[in-house]
Design a protein around this ligand. Sequence first.
Ligand code: AMP
Length: 281
Amino acid sequence: MKIFHFNADLIENISLFKKEEKTVGFVPTMGSLHQGHLSLIRLAMKNCDIVVCSIFVNPTQFNDPGDFNSYPKHEEKDIALLKSEGCEIVFIPKVSEVYPDGLVHNDFPLKQLGNVLEGAFRPGHFNGVIQVVKRLFEIVSPDKAYFGIKDFQQLAVIRWMVEYYKIPIEIIGGSIIRDKSGLALSSRNERLSNDEKESALKLSKSLFYIEENYKNETFSVLRTNVLSELKKDPAIEVEYLEMANSKDLAILNSIDEALSVGVFIAAKIGDVRLIDNIILF
Ligand code: AMP
């Protein structure tokens, strides 16, 4: 496995594979890798000749400086995990490689996709995500790029970006990986105490409860039931629990069988912010 820190070295190496017409798959991450990330690496390895994984904690997508400063970092362990998976290339750039002109913040015309759910609670977040992914795409120039459905809205935003800028990269979504108890894996989970983990579990339980009952009960009733249950736990501060059209993330108040519909939740458990979702149909 090769590790690169500089754009020029990575570009030179990838161009050798491109000359041989090898398919390059790309998995961008912020490190502190877990089975969710590794599932994307495995998916990429299945249908690409060469897999590049980047590890870069992108400063422009953090609207909360506390979240950025406390974001977990485990570079050596990440490298060992990628090596054991058989990933060919790891790219670990410095901020100055990704942003040679400094940390400018760009605005992208995302419209409602950028204003709902995460967009409403994390102003500027998706501008930062687009900025970094667009830049990493320019550097890595993959054929295919892999993103987790765990960050459903992010995946939708990336799909919007490649369409809007006519970027010839195929975007592939990978399923949400959960632990045995149902908790969606997240790098932020390691910041939870044991008690907070118990609280965090109630987020996925709420989604599963809605999935089990939406055919017999209105979403509004289910939402009220979930929110009143979650309110009983003082460690949980729900930011949103919404049902939305999974195509454009327009918020829905009732089930529309003509659409594909998902339920999306974000909550702070202590000072750790977690998101999760479930696609009902
Ligand atoms: P991150 O390092 O959090 O930026 O995540 C890098 C990629 O891994 C993103 O495309 C995420 O959506 C994906 N990812 C994170 N957690 C999971 C999970 N539990 N299951 C599947 N994919 C995930």
